[in-house]
Design a protein around this ligand. Structure first.
Ligand code: NI
Length: 149
């Protein structure tokens, strides 16, 4: 059966500050520049969720779009929209970089969708910053035990 991939776009607005306790105050400023400003700042984040699957013989779609939208809204958008990412429990020991955010969104979604369906998550943070994660078996937060360890 033919397979295809659909990518849906979602949006949320959130505040954050790039900072890590692993660096001194001065090194934080050097590493993160104005993103280390103690007052924080916000982004209009755009999240792309790509789901792959067989093209259904009746609907001719690979996914129930309203169902996917409901999952992403509940798991991702409601969690982060108009929040301070630095206060999210998952970021208590992680810096709120786009890299860590895209991995977290992947981890939040992958178990909520049928196995093998999620193929990529993308996050636009700024005009010039786009992050993506495809669930490679190396370097996942889960395997490092960050979330569950
Ligand atoms: Ni930022």
């Amino acid at each position: 059966m033919a397979q295809a991939t659909i990518t849906r776009r979602y949006r949320f607005c959130a505040a954050h500050r790039l900072h890590t306790d692993q660096l001194s105050a001065e090194d934080n400023r050097v590493t993160f520049g104005k993103c280390n400003n103690p007052n924080g700042h916000g982004h209009n984040y755009v999240v792309f969720v790509s789901v792959r699957g067989d093209i259904h013989p009746v609907s001719h779609q690979v996914v129930d779009v309203p169902q996917l939208d409901a999952v992403v809204a509940q798991i991702v958008v409601q969690r982060f929209d108009h929040q301070d990412l630095n206060l999210d429990p998952e970021f208590s020991t992680q810096t709120t970089t786009g890299e860590n955010l895209v991995l977290l969104i992947w981890d939040l979604l992958v178990d909520k969708l049928p196995a093998g369906r999620l193929v990529k998550v993308g996050v636009i943070e700024t005009r010039d910053n786009y992050f993506e994660y495809s669930g490679s078996t190396e370097n996942s937060r889960r395997e490092e035990g960050v979330r569950h360890g």
